[in-house]
Design a protein. Structure first.
Length: 298
């Protein structure tokens, strides 16, 4: 436990402070040790959990942690004075009325936090999200609903995938059995409960598009991820059923006449998304040297 921060520690070292040297060596050595031990420590982490406070990690209340931390601080004040007294034969504040009064005020003030501490959640843990941030998140969800920035249409998705847009991470949240029967090309199958951890590498990077048979579950999952800080998640409008009817249904089977331009686009979508199944790892090279990976048939 140190009173230095990295910047002041460097200044302290330049001023000849031995404790600043110890602090900086500890910071650098601790960072190196953590890096080397990460393969062992990594599995205990739950991915990006946003802002997590020390008292939540320890499973204690805010007031308890503040009181405990204050007692440690007061002990450090007295300990520093004791060391100075032993080394120099005297200490400026050792046993002084100021140090006694200051220590008493800090401890009494910290203890008073128990009287003003807010209520705990049902699980006994303090909420990780403040009322202000919760309001901001809900406002963001409502704005996305109003502007339509929370979903992506089937035609836009089909066009972007057909064009080879690598910024899209397409996620199928249905059961593995349904996914195995048919899924949109390039999609990966991730259970809903695994989404936060599995999508951490794609947080704030590109576009994450969720889909299921309908819209309800992907929309709920999208909102949940948004509250966790994912600002690049969308759900597919009308789900897989809508995608099939909008993009993959033959033009000749549609109730309303389709223009020649639209017919051409539908045929291109069908050729891309309904390509013959090939064994995993097999590639087909098309015109211009473009490499294509074929997905499963419906």
């Amino acid at each position: 436990m140190s009173g230095w921060c990295p910047g002041t520690g460097a200044v302290g070292l330049a001023s000849g402070k031995i404790d600043a040297l110890v602090f900086l060596l500890g910071a650098v050595g601790g960072s190196m040790l953590y890096n080397e031990l990460y393969p062992i420590l990594g599995p205990i982490f739950a991915g990006d959990r946003g802002v997590v406070f020390a008292y939540d990690s320890l499973g204690v209340s805010e007031a308890s942690f503040a009181f405990f931390f204050t007692v440690i601080a007061v002990g450090c004040f007295w300990g520093a004075e004791s060391i100075e007294k032993k080394r120099r034969g005297k200490a400026q504040l050792w046993g002084s009325p100021f140090l006694k009064a200051f220590s008493a005020i800090l401890i009494v003030g910290a203890f008073g936090l128990f009287a003003v501490a807010g209520p705990r959640s049902v699980t006994g843990q303090a909420s990780l999200v403040s009322p202000v941030s919760t309001t901001a998140n809900e406002t963001g969800l409502l704005e996305g609903l109003q502007t339509g920035s929370d979903h992506m249409g089937s035609r836009e998705l089909a066009d972007r995938l057909l064009a080879g847009d690598k910024s899209i991470k397409l996620v199928d949240i249905r059961t593995p059995k349904e996914f195995g029967q048919f899924h949109i090309r390039s999609a990966v199958n991730i259970p809903v409960e695994d989404l936060p951890g599995a999508l951490v590498p794609y947080k704030h990077q590109g576009l994450i598009v969720l889909y299921s048979n309908g819209m309800t579950h992907p929309a709920q999952a999208r909102d949940s991820l948004f509250r966790m800080g994912f600002d690049n998640v969308y759900f597919l409008t009308d789900g897989l059923e809508g995608f099939l009817n909008t993009c993959l249904k033959p033009a000749s089977l549609r109730a309303a006449p389709v223009s020649p331009e639209m017919t051409s686009k539908i045929n291109a979508w069908r050729a891309f998304f309904l390509a013959p199944e090939m064994p995993a790892g097999d590639l087909a090279t098309g015109a211009g040297g473009m490499t294509t990976v074929f997905s499963e048939n419906p």
